[in-house]
Design a protein around this ligand. Sequence first.
Ligand SMILES: C[C@H](O)[C@H](O)[C@H]1CNC2=NC(N)=NC(=O)C2=N1
Length: 97
Amino acid sequence: MTGKLTEDERKLELSPLFAQGWAAVEGRDAIAKTYEFGDFVSAFGFMTRAALWAEKMNHHPEWTNVYKTVEVTLSTHDADGLTMKDVDLARKMDTLA
Ligand SMILES: C[C@H](O)[C@H](O)[C@H]1CNC2=NC(N)=NC(=O)C2=N1
């Protein structure tokens, strides 16, 4: 299993994600982003594509959907914090959105 991100990795890997709308979650080693789509079908289409990638990557988001909004939180439960798996999934989700 991949380990938690080091301080160097956090600077290198998380900064670009923070510039893309991801943010650190308060009180927890996790990152979160809110995606807004044009309508429900677009939002759910994104979730469908992301779900198939998540399964392929064996790394799964915590997320909620309300109409055209999708709120995503990423953290590695097995490591109790952020790992490269979260970085990889965040990047992938941004390409799919
Ligand atoms: C058994 C299975 O490989 C693990 O439970 C995987 C599945 N998906 C996962 N997803 C996330 N976000 N964190 C994990 O630790 C995790 N572990």
